[in-house]
Design a protein around this ligand. Structure first.
Ligand SMILES: [Mg+2]
Length: 351
């Protein structure tokens, strides 16, 4: 297969929710604005750059943020407004290409292969500034992994290119956590092998990594050289599928919840296969006996229709992301970010 160089853009809005609030309330300009859950168990969604100087960051409990930044302006999430702005931004992006993969409310990949990616990136930044009065950071490179890495290098209002010929040297000194999908757990595993930097992986034996980590090992090895053939997925289906059950009696035994997740995973994987879809985001929902609801998600690097992957991910979410000893009334599992691949077989072989 001839692998022509691609031109991929990663667009990432800067401190999206906080910037919108600062835009709409001039008195918040230049101040530490923290948007998130304001209840006692709430978490920070977005902190303005002024608030980040105090060490406040997203996913931090609001309680902690209040301690770090007592003079911060704490605002509730106005999701309807942020979605409206997100749609405006997408309209801007569609002027340049329809090869767009939305990743979240404020991030997207664009495939502009064959066009002048630098001109397009500059024009997009200018249009976003002019039409919605916000700044975006854009990364340009030959694939999704590198484009995303690039957009993160000079925030806010950045524009960064990682060129093909500089990829290997560019990656070498970066910590392994910069590799797509290397979380704290994988980081620990790699550190046991004396691997701390991406350059350490570049020098490591590929077969050993595959023996130790299977498919993930190959993926990490390829990423360490900046190789990533995942396409920009334009066929994202705006729907989700899920299953949930309210129990006759409240449950406080994780094993029973895990059994439920296993059953849901089988049913949902069957649904995916029958429709020809792959899913990328897996969400577990819990309703407690006091009727409060919590949801936690993981977005996979590689979309899947495999019941084992769905179950394993759901179980991981349940065990690692929920910390309550409370009784559970309901557990649910939802798959979203569904993709209808042009060629599902080819997609799975690319990985
Ligand atoms: Mg962002």
């Amino acid at each position: 297969m001839v692998d022509l160089d691609r031109q991929i853009l990663h667009i990432d809005m800067d401190a999206f929710y906080a910037s919108i609030e600062q835009r709409d309330n001039p008195k918040y300009k230049g101040k530490p604005v923290i948007v998130g859950g304001i209840s006692s168990r709430g978490v920070v969604c977005t902190a303005s750059y002024e608030a980040r100087k105090y060490g406040v960051h997203s996913a931090m409990p609001t309680k902690v943020a209040k301690k770090l930044c007592p003079n911060g302006i704490f605002l509730p999430v106005n999701m309807d407004k942020y979605k409206r702005v997100s749609r405006q931004i997408h309209e801007i992006l569609y002027k340049y290409t329809d090869k767009i993969e939305p990743i979240s409310i404020d991030e997207a990949f664009l495939d502009v292969t064959g066009k002048n990616s630098l001109f397009i990136a500059k024009d997009i930044k200018r249009d976003i500034q002019k039409e919605v009065n916000l700044t975006a950071s854009i990364g340009i490179s030959i694939n999704k992994f590198l484009a995303k890495l690039a957009s993160d290098l000079k925030k806010p209002n950045g524009l960064t290119i990682i060129r093909k010929e500089e990829v290997v040297n560019f990656l070498k000194p970066l910590p392994v956590s910069k590799l797509w999908g290397v979380g704290p757990k994988m980081e620990r595993e790699l550190s046991k092998l004396g691997i701390y930097y991406i350059g350490d992986i570049q020098r490591y034996d590929k077969d050993v990594l595959i023996t130790l980590f299977g498919k993930r090992g190959k993926e990490i090895y390829d990423f360490s050289f900046g190789i990533d053939s995942r396409p920009v997925e334009v066929n994202i289906i705006n729907q989700s599928i899920g299953e949930e059950e309210t129990f006759k009696e409240d449950i406080n035994n994780p094993k029973l919840l895990i059994d439920k997740l296993r059953l849901y995973s089988i049913n949902l994987a069957n649904k995916l296969v029958s429709k020809g879809y792959l899913a990328r985001t897996i969400t577990v929902k819990i309703k407690y006996d006091d009727f409060s609801i919590e949801t936690r998600s993981i977005t996979l690097n590689i979309p899947t229709n495999d019941e084992r992957v769905i179950f394993h991910t759901g179980k991981q979410i349940l065990l690692n992301k929920f910390k309550s000893e409370k009784n559970v009334r309901l557990v649910g599992l939802t798959l979203s970010n569904l993709i209808y691949p042009d060629d599902p077989i080819q997609l799975s072989m690319k990985i």
